[in-house]
Design a protein around this ligand. Structure first.
Ligand SMILES: *[C@@H]1O[C@H](CO)[C@@H](O)[C@H](O)[C@H]1NC(C)=O
Ligand SMILES: *[C@@H]1O[C@H](CO)[C@@H](O)[C@H](O)[C@H]1NC(C)=O
Length: 168
């Protein structure tokens, strides 16, 4: 009887410790975003994990990107993902922009098809990063704004973060 009570008390204690640890520690989620943060405001389809290899990104090679989150809106044909890239030291000066067909690049390469139903999603895609003759010859850090739009141009997801690009 006495033993049981001690066991019960100690399990309550471990649960309390676990709960306070879990609620006071947002780091695991942040780490999954690898320095990216969700843009200010509310977005229908959250991005809770974003990673890429290689890091820095290298021109003239493939990049592989993993994206995961929770969708409260169906991802339909015509959804686009837009990378708007700013110089790190001049945050308002756009360096370049790149747009992709989200269904073709992310959904298809993950072995699925649009429409993607609501709920948790996880996609991985690779593509070739072109080299340009007039590109710099070093590693440049950029501020990336990565946004997903539906076919009507409504924003569904948005994250911001620094990414390094190696031009070698
Ligand atoms: C680069 O990515 C494309 C698209 O997924 C793929 O077809 C190609 O095989 C990849 N190349 C390398 C070297 O991994
Ligand atoms: C990122 O891009 C989206 C879509 O253009 C825009 O609404 C948002 O304000 C941008 N966020 C930042 C911090 O630049």
């Amino acid at each position: 009887m006495k033993m049981n009570r001690i066991n019960l008390i100690s399990s309550i204690f471990s649960i309390l410790i676990f709960v306070s640890f879990a609620t006071s520690n947002p780091t695991p989620l942040k780490r999954q975003l690898n320095g990216f943060t969700q843009c200010k405001g509310g977005f229908a389809n959250s991005i809770t994990a974003l990673s890429y290899t290689p890091n820095p990104v290298v021109t003239g090679q493939n990049i592989t990107v993993h994206l995961a989150g929770t969708a409260t809106e169906i991802i339909k044909q015509g959804t686009t993902i837009v990378y708007t890239v700013y110089f790190k030291d001049e945050p308002t000066k756009e360096a370049f922009q790149h747009k992709q067909d989200f269904c073709e690049v992310f959904v298809k390469q993950s072995g699925s098809e649009c429409p993607v139903k609501k709920g948790d999603y996880s996609f991985t895609a690779s593509w070739f990063i072109e080299k340009h003759p007039d590109e710099p010859k070093n590693v440049v850090e950029y501020n990336f704004n990565i946004s997903v739009f539906d076919s009507d141009g409504k924003i569904l997801s948005c994250v911001n973060g620094l990414m390094k690009v190696s031009y070698s």
